[in-house]
Design a protein around this ligand. Structure first.
Ligand code: ATP
Ligand code: MG
Length: 385
């Protein structure tokens, strides 16, 4: 970091309301981290600092900085009816939007180009390139103070590839428009504005009086579950109260299937939480013996089958990996994305790009060395320690 930057960061302190000395200190302690390469104008927060959430980003603008708030954590209802009654008790009705399963990005325009940040505040070169093609630029010219939040969904997805939405490659589904300080637009106003600019949006599944909401949401969840869709986000239409999420049993199981393939890499809390959700949903929904059996089978299969497959693979001499795919227009995005993943510490193998129309498709192999090694060790007689 050169001296000039050091002074600028001192100035930045004034915008988020921290004294300047605190800033150099945070930088030194690596609480604030500068992005690299062409993205040196961005500094992300690697943890919460006062009112600034982890994943927030400082953007260098002229001689000063602007703060872009991160995306707040959405709390989960485990028992739907009492959770809704409790959380939304001060309002009359709630809006229910589909919760789409992809990855979270927020987009701004900087020096004439769209820049997409991941949840953690990194600039993702792939998501930035895709946003350039997926989002109407006029919006950012007309509303430079707004940040567009959305879910990147579809099969050409390096983080959460899904085929279930009928998206051919990758699409950006807007679910929030916020000021840079993180204040959201009211839901209907946001949907109207997004529609004025032709943005693809998450689906609004209904607006219900509080008294009937849990029953209606249960019907919605049952239908979404049949399609293996993830669930819903329940929102205060004025966006003053925090939203709440609720998910389908099928998505819990899909997460477990994926998680247990790489059992030595998946967080134990991540896996355990999904089992707990199943217990509460089964009781709240007052299931019949047959429904309980179905659920048990679904849950058990999603834990054991992927593990068996991983073990068999390693026995056959293969290495455990996760295959994903990206599709780009600009060939240089491929290398920039590879460097980005490597900097994050991922072990990846990129296939040579295949030209399809005016785009390039690249297969990416994410190697799960830890699960492979653990499995190999056990097969060779190692004891679990
Ligand atoms: P957290 O629990 O901290 O919010 P997470 O990554 O564990 O984060 P999820 O369980 O996937 O999150 O649920 C929250 C995420 O759902 C949001 O970060 C957002 O990316 C995604 N999402 C999908 N559809 C919507 C929607 N309609 N409204 C808001 N968020 C949505
Ligand atoms: Mg998600």
């Amino acid at each position: 970091m050169n001296r000039e930057n050091e002074t600028d960061i001192g100035k930045a302190a004034e915008s988020p309301g921290l004294p300047p000395f605190r800033f150099s200190e945070l930088l030194e302690k690596k609480v604030i981290l500068q992005d690299w390469g062409e993205y040196e104008d961005f500094f992300r927060f690697s943890s919460n600092v006062g009112k600034i959430d982890e994943g927030s980003v400082l953007v260098k603008v002229g001689n000063g900085f602007e703060l872009i708030q991160g995306f707040p954590k959405i709390k989960r209802a485990i028992m739907l009816a009492p959770a809704l009654k409790n959380h939304f008790k001060d309002i009359y009705s709630v809006a229910v939007e589909e919760k789409m399963n992809g990855y979270n990005v927020r987009v701004i325009e900087h020096k004439g180009e769209l820049v997409a940040f991941t949840r953690s505040g990194h600039v993702c070169p792939y998501s930035s390139e895709r946003s350039e093609h997926l989002l109407e630029h006029d919006f950012f010219k007309d509303y430079p103070e707004y940040v567009v939040y959305g879910e990147m969904v579809g099969p050409d997805n390096p983080y959460v590839p899904k085929d279930i939405y009928g998206v051919e490659s990758l699409d950006f589904f807007v679910f929030d428009i916020r000021s840079r300080e993180g204040i959201p637009l009211p839901l209907h106003e946001r949907r109207e504005l997004a529609s004025d600019y032709g943005f693809t949006q998450v689906e609004l599944l209904g607006e219900f009086e509080l008294g009937e909401a849990a029953d209606r949401i249960r019907e919605i969840i049952t239908e979404l579950g049949k399609k293996e869709h993830e669930g819903v986000i329940i929102k205060d239409p004025s966006m003053i109260l925090q939203p709440v999420k609720y998910t389908t049993s099928q998505t819990n199981c899909a997460d477990l299937r994926h998680g247990f393939r790489f059992y030595n890499e998946s967080g134990k809390d991540y896996l355990f939480a999904r089992v707990v959700r199943e217990g509460f949903q089964s009781v709240e929904w007052n299931e019949s013996e047959e429904e309980i059996k179905d659920r048990c089978l679904r849950l058990g299969e999603s834990i054991l089958r992927p593990m068996r497959e991983s073990i068999l693979r390693v026995q056959e001499g293969e290495r455990i990996r996760d295959d994903v795919r990206i599709r780009v227009k600009d060939e240089s995005t491929i290398d920039r994305f590879r460097m980005y993943l490597e900097r994050l510490g991922l072990d990846v193998i990129f296939s040579p790009p295949e030209r399809i129309g005016d785009e390039y498709v690249v297969n990416i192999r994410k190697m799960n060395r830890s699960t492979t090694d653990k499995t190999l060790g056990i097969i060779e007689g190692q004891l679990w320690s």
